[in-house]
Structures are given as structure tokens and as C-alpha cells.
Design a protein around this ligand. Structure first.
Ligand code: ADP
Length: 389
């Protein structure tokens, strides 16, 4: 009986038609077999047995097309056991419902190694709309998946070693502070008892012991503060930056008076931050602007400009400036330009600033010409709901 409907209008015995068909098929194959993907067609049965699979499959999985065509259960056997429950029912459901199917899963190659593929397939329908076969393609996404996995592993490792490090810093600094307090206490007692009885050199040595212990104590305090920044949750709210700046300036009264500094500001906006944290950033930046002054009395200017959803806050000074090569490093822990100099602290101020700014959702950087002063800038979000100005 002749078949009607969507059967190909093939008439055996008509050589011209046959050769045109052969030619069309050859053209189709030449195209398909040059693509960097594996193209296949499969029957509409549950197993999805292949009726065609392009030869690229051998490069991907090590099996020849004949292997896939000979065994109707081949795909299911090569499907990674951990992906079977996720993929097989989804595939059957999609094809039964006449929907397109797209998924990423693993197939086992000849050596039993998992290769990741992205499979996209769809039923091809005849004229009457009846699905005739499935046509699909696999692309090799193993490299991308491996990269994704490595990145996720690295992120996890980084997060856990960061947490461990912070815990360690916090515990170690607490443990070290009490013997240190004793060293300082004993040193000071010894110094006052022996006053006038020691020669000049011994007295200066004793003073240096006490100074060094005080420096270590300051370092430890800074470390604890630094470690603590990473741990407590942030509770941002709408904050008036002008008021926060006033608070920070109050703590700097003496330093401002002693240096003859002039601190000016423009109108400052409301931002989305935690007041104490924002205050610490401003305090540290202003403190540095006074510390790293040039010959002239410090002039410091604070302003804020809107940039999309954020405010960019700048603290400009006329101090000694920073060499461009140093500009990134100074935000790292313990980096300071001149550790021996009297004005240098312990190199934690900017590391704390960076940590806080990043936790508040911003970034911090510096622009400077050595000798011309520096501009420290950081971004801080505008309160939510406030459209970009
Ligand atoms: P500290 O002030 O404790 O040395 P910081 O982390 O605050 O540490 O600063 C790191 C280094 O960056 C400083 O030692 C200094 O060399 C440089 N620096 C910071 N602020 C300024 C500034 N306003 N002008 C010039 N140099 C600065």
C-alpha cells in the first residue's frame, strides 16, 4: 500500500528524482559534519534510539556513529548515573508534550570520563503536525563546566580561609594583649624605680622597650578592629553624611588645632550606610590628610558628587602625595610608606577603610601627584528609592 500524507514523495525507479535526493542529502551531510557540534536525529520512542548521529561524536566521546545507531539504549547507558534522574524524565516529558528540550548533563566517554554537553532538541513534524522524529545537537561544554567548578571551589576556599584568618587574627590579638600589657606595666615600673640610677644609654634602651611594646599594642588594636569589620552584620540606614563628618571632626579637634589645618566641605548628602562605619572611614581619611602633610598647613576639602545610584565622596589634601606605584598597595594591610617615620601609623587605616567601603557596597581609590597632594575617593550608595540625580 502506498503511504500518503507526510511520506516523502519518493518514486523508486525515477532516476532523476533519486539523484536529486542523493545530492540534497550529500549537501546536508557536508554541512552538518563540518559544524563544531554533534547533530543527531532519533526516533520518537522512549529510549530515543538514534537514526543518525554526525561523526563528530567520535571526537567527543570516542564511540563511532555505528555504536550509537546499533544499540537503542546506548544514550541511556552513556548518560552519567548522577544525571539520569534529572535528565531522562525531563527529556521524555518534553518530547511527549511536543516541547523543545534543552539541558546540560554529562555523558561518559569510552574511557568512562564525564564530558559535559549542552543538548538541545526538538520534534520535527510532518505536514499534518504529527511529530516524526527528534532532531538535536550536543555542544561540548566540558571546559566551561570545569572552569565554573574550579571558580566555585576557589570561592569557597577563599571564603573559608578568610573566615579562618579573621578568627585567627582576632584570637591571637586577644591572647597577645595581656602579656603585652604586663611587659609595658613592668617596663614603666622599672623605668620609674630606676630613674636617675641608670646611665643614659640604659635609660634610652628602656624607653625604647616601652615604646616598642606600645607600638605592638597599637598594632594589635588595629588588627582586632580590622578583623571585626568582616564579621558583624551591616545595618545600613539613611544617614546624613554632614552629621557623620561633624562627629569625626570632633575626634580630630586637637590634631586640627596642632597642625593649623583648614578643613572645608560642600553640602553633603544623605547616604545609605551604617553611621559608625562611615564615620570611621571619614575619620581615617582625615587623620591621614593631617598626618601626611607637606610644609604648608594642611588644607582638606570634602565633597560628594552623584554618580548613578551612588555618591562619590572625595577627601582632597595638599599633603605629600602618593606615588602612582603605591596607589593600590596602600589599601592593603600593613602597607605604609615609611614605617620608621614619626607620622606613620601601623598601616591599617586604609585597609580598614577599604574593608568598610566594600562591605557598604562601594569602592575606594586614590588619585595623586607626589608633592601635589592626594584625593581619596570612595563610593557609597544613595538611599534606596532615590532616583539618580
Ligand atoms: P598608616 O596611616 O597607619 O600608616 P594607612 O593604611 O592609613 O596607614 O596608610 C597607608 C600608607 O598610605 C601611609 O603609610 C602613607 O604612606 C600613605 N597615605 C595614606 N594617606 C595618605 C595621604 N593623605 N597622603 C599621603 N600619603 C598617604
Amino acid at each position: 500500500m502506498r503511504r500518503h500524507g507526510h511520506a516523502l514523495p519518493r518514486a523508486p525507479g525515477e532516476p532523476e528524482l533519486e539523484s536529486r535526493l542523493d545530492e540534497a542529502q550529500a549537501r546536508y551531510r557536508a554541512l552538518v559534519e563540518r559544524l563544531p557540534v554533534v547533530i543527531y536525529t532519533s526516533a520518537m520512542d522512549v529510549q530515543g534510539s538514534f537514526t543518525y548521529i554526525s561523526p563528530q561524536v567520535e571526537g567527543l566521546l570516542g564511540f563511532k556513529p555505528e555504536d550509537w545507531l546499533a544499540d537503542p539504549g546506548f544514550w541511556l547507558k552513556r548518560l552519567h548515573p548522577d544525571d539520569r534522574r534529572r535528565i531522562f524524565p525531563a527529556l521524555v516529558r518534553a518530547h511527549r508534550g511536543g516541547e523543545a528540550f534543552a539541558a546540560e548533563y554529562r555523558l561518559l566517554d569510552r574511557a568512562g570520563r564525564a564530558r559535559w554537553v549542552r543538548d538541545e532538541s526538538q520534534a520535527v513534524r510532518g505536514r499534518a503536525g504529527k511529530p516524526l522524529l527528534i532532531q538535536g545537537a550536543w555542544s561540548d561544554i566540558t571546559a566551561r563546566k570545569e572552569l565554573e567548578r574550579e571558580t566555585a571551589d576557589l570561592r569557597r576556599e577563599l571564603a573559608s580561609s578568610k573566615a579562618e584568618l579573621e578568627e585567627f587574627v582576632s584570637v591571637a590579638s586577644h591572647e597577645l594583649s595581656s602579656p603585652l600589657r604586663r611587659i609595658m606595666g613592668l617596663g614603666e615600673t622599672l623605668a620609674s624605680r630606676c630613674r636617675g640610677r641608670l646611665d643614659e644609654e640604659s635609660e634610652s634602651m628602656l624607653a625604647r622597650v616601652i615604646d616598642s611594646a606600645a607600638l605592638v599594642q597599637e598594632l594589635l588594636r588595629g588588627l582586632v578592629r580590622y578583623a571585626e569589620q568582616g564579621r558583624a552584620g551591616i545595618e545600613s540606614s539613611e544617614v546624613d553624611m554632614g552629621a557623620v563628618l561633624d562627629q569625626a571632626l570632633k575626634q580630630l579637634d586637637e590634631a586640627v588645632a596642632a597642625s593649623g589645618a583648614v578643613i572645608t566641605r560642600e553640602e553633603l548628602p544623605k547616604v545609605w550606610a551604617e553611621p559608625a562605619l562611615l564615620g570611621r572611614v571619614l575619620f581615617n581619611l582625615l587623620d591621614n590628610a593631617l598626618k601626611f602633610r607637606g610644609k604648608d598647613p594642611p588644607r582638606v576639602h570634602v565633597r560628594a558628587e552623584r554618580s548613578g545610584p551612588d555618591w562619590v565622596v572625595s577627601v582632597r589634601d595638599n599633603g605629600i602625595g602618593i606615588h602612582p606605584l603605591q596607589a593600590r598597595r596602600i589599601f592593603s594591610i600593613f602597607d605604609r610608606q615609611d614605617p620608621g617615620a614619626a607620622r606613620s601609623g601601623v598601616g591599617l587605616g586604609l585597609a580598614v577603610c577599604r574593608k568598610i567601603v566594600e562591605r557598604l557596597g562601594g569602592r575606594i581609590w586614590v588619585e595623586s601627584d607626589p608633592g601635589e597632594g592626594s584625593v581619596f575617593r570612595f563610593t557609597v550608595p544613595a538611599p534606596p528609592g532615590e532616583g539618580a540625580a
